[in-house]
Design a protein around this ligand. Structure first.
Ligand SMILES: Cc1cc2nc3c(=O)[nH]c(=O)nc-3n(C[C@H](O)[C@H](O)[C@H](O)COP(=O)(O)OP(=O)(O)OC[C@H]3O[C@@H](n4cnc5c(N)ncnc54)[C@H](O)[C@@H]3O)c2cc1C
Length: 457
């Protein structure tokens, strides 16, 4: 039986004798930087931050939490908008310095540690002319994104990030280090592909890679007055896309800071340049863009084209849902709501799911959302804390206006902090009960609960 003990300086000294990373408390240099994450609205103060350097550090940090009863949070890339990577008064297991990456070009596999982000990951894979589906922004962590499924530019041809996962090194609640794959722990491996941070601390991930150097990608933007035509064109165009072509549609502001509102298509074609030109002919022929930046670019560059719109430390509040279709009513509502958005960094983003993502069964992995359709995201972002109430109110109001057009499913990775049990159930869908059974096996005490939580059955 575990006996609770206080977190005193003696315990920290005992741990630091062998800990290869850093142990940070209030007042220590680096503490404030480590506790702040991507979303500047999150301002929590962990009692201790364990900046781990390896698996043994993670094992020791979990043991300390068990001994002292401190609440655990796990930080991979720190992008979760709900801010569950940080705990107030607990122990933050911080993998930000675990940056090891190794590519096996012959086997076309990559193993990367839990603190790696997609920019770092893509750079190493690209050295070998290889890539795999990752997040659309280069600064997002591979850990949280993959454990939550992971949609991205390449998903039409390669599936989700989680669909390419081969194995995970996982430290469980009782401190055991498991190499989890389809053969050794099939149930747990199933759960890790979409079940989030519920089952342990993932210290490294192994993925399958695919040959890819360049894509034809970029933004094509139209005046906001043309938003109705752009959204309707997008709806028609996405009815029959080849797997290689991924297109999102966004109502946003010009990236030059002018505040000009735009309707834009964000495009990534991962087939040959000749095929891309053929498949993109309808875009080339449509409308009168004010900006056309579509062309051949290295895939790692594609992964950065939207980065500037998501700066670290900006204030974020997001809402999202799946949509089966883009009704005319929704299109009108989107244009109307966007006209009153209080921040020039807010957007209404529609992502399209098709191809390889939809050829995996709803219960084959823990990600149930395998239907062709759309994910609607309101990534509201602003800089001045004085604007917080207005932005949260606009985001909630917009989401409420869209409700009649939304489907039931929710993308787990996009859930915000005020989304409760219903949203979590909608995110895990028909897989919730099986996930809860697996949770009972590997984390019966719900030690890992700062996440989109699955309660042990
Ligand atoms: C700018 C931006 C762009 C995004 N783009 C995409 C996108 O293209 N596609 C997409 O699917 N999602 C996207 N997301 C959502 C993103 O996938 C989630 O926020 C995800 O949780 C981020 O992972 P992280 O490791 O950076 O986050 P963190 O905040 O570090 O982690 C989030 C949660 O994941 C769990 N976790 C993290 N690391 C580990 C680990 N090593 N072991 C066990 N559990 C862990 C923990 O529960 C933690 O609370 C985006 C988010 C942002 C802010």
């Amino acid at each position: 039986m575990t006996t609770m003990a206080a977190l005193d300086s003696e315990r920290i000294a005992t741990l630091s004798a062998t800990f290869s990373g850093r142990l940070l408390q209030t007042g220590d240099e680096g503490y404030d930087h480590a506790r702040r994450i991507h979303n500047g609205l999150i301002d929590k103060q962990p009692a201790l931050i364990a900046r781990c350097r390896g698996t043994a550090d993670v094992v020791d940090a979990i043991a300390l939490a068990r001994e002292t009863g401190l609440e655990i949070s796990i930080r991979g890339g720190g992008h979760n908008v709900a801010g569950r990577a940080v705990t107030d008064g607990g122990l933050m297991i911080d993998l930000a310095e675990m940056k090891g990456i190794h590519v096996d070009p012959t086997a076309r596999t990559i193993r990367a540690q839990g603190g790696v982000n997609w920019g770092e990951f893509n750079r190493e894979a690209a050295v070998h002319g290889l890539a795999v589906t990752g997040g659309q922004i280069s600064t997002t962590g591979i850990a949280g994104l993959t454990l939550g499924g992971g949609l991205g530019w390449l998903m039409g041809s390669q599936g989700l990030a989680a669909d390419n996962l081969l194995s995970v090194e996982l430290v469980t609640a009782d401190g055991e280090v498991l190499n989890v794959d389809a053969d050794s722990h099939p149930d747990l491996f199933w759960a890790l592909r979409g079940g989030g941070g519920n089952f342990g601390v993932a210290t490294s991930f192994e993925y399958r890679l695919h040959p890819l150097t360049h894509v034809v990608g970029g933004l094509v933007a139209y005046p906001i007055d043309a938003a109705g035509e752009v959204l309707r064109f997008y709806r028609d165009f996405t009815q029959s896309l080849p797997d290689e072509l991924n297109v999102s549609c966004v109502l946003a502001h010009a990236p030059d800071g002018s505040g000009m509102k735009l309707a834009a298509l964000a495009i990534c074609h991962s087939g040959s340049p000749e095929q891309a030109e053929k498949d993109l002919a309808p875009v080339r022929e449509f409308g009168t863009p004010v900006m056309d930046a579509l062309g051949p670019i290295p895939y790692p560059v594609m992964n950065t084209i939207l980065d500037a719109g998501y700066p670290r430390g900006a204030l974020n509040y997001w809402k999202s849902s799946f949509m089966k279709t883009l009704d005319d009513g929704f299109i009108e509502a989107a244009i109307d709501r966007f006209a009153s958005t209080p921040s020039p960094m807010n957007a209404i983003l529609i992502e399209h799911l098709h191809g390889a993502v939809t050829r995996v069964g709803a219960t084959d992995t823990a990600v149930p959302h395998r239907e062709t359709g759309y994910s609607m995201l309101l990534p509201s972002i602003w800089m001045d804390p004085a604007d917080t109430d207005a932005n949260i109110a606009w985001t909630r109001g917009t989401y409420d206006t869209f409700r009649p057009y939304l489907a039931e499913g929710r993308w787990m990775n996009y859930l915000g902090d005020d989304e409760q049990t219903d949203a979590v159930r909608a995110a895990y869908g028909p897989n919730y009960d099986r996930l809860a059974q697996i949770k009972r096996t590997y984390d019966p005490d719900n030690l890992f609960h700062l996440n989109q939580n699955i309660e042990p059955a």
